[in-house]
Unconditional design. Sequence first.
Length: 81
Amino acid sequence: MVTPDYIKQLITASLPCTHIVVEGDDGTHFSAVIVSAEFSGRNRVQQHQLVYKALGDRMRDEIHALSMKTFSPQEWAEQQG
C-alpha cells in the first residue's frame, strides 16, 4: 500500500524541497504541500509538472489522486506571513 512517507521519499529524491508535508490515509488519495526553489519563476502548472515528473508512472499505477499546493521559498514565506 502506498503511504504518505513513500510519496514524500519519491518527491524528495528528484526534487530538492525545503518543506514538504504529504497526507492521506486510504492508500490512493493524497494531499501535499511542497516548497522548492525549483518552483521559482514557474507557474503552477509547471510546478505541478515537476512533481508529476518526480512521481513518474506511479501516478498512473499506484497513486489515484494527489492534490497539491506548491510554493517557491519566497511564496511560502509570504504565505506564512
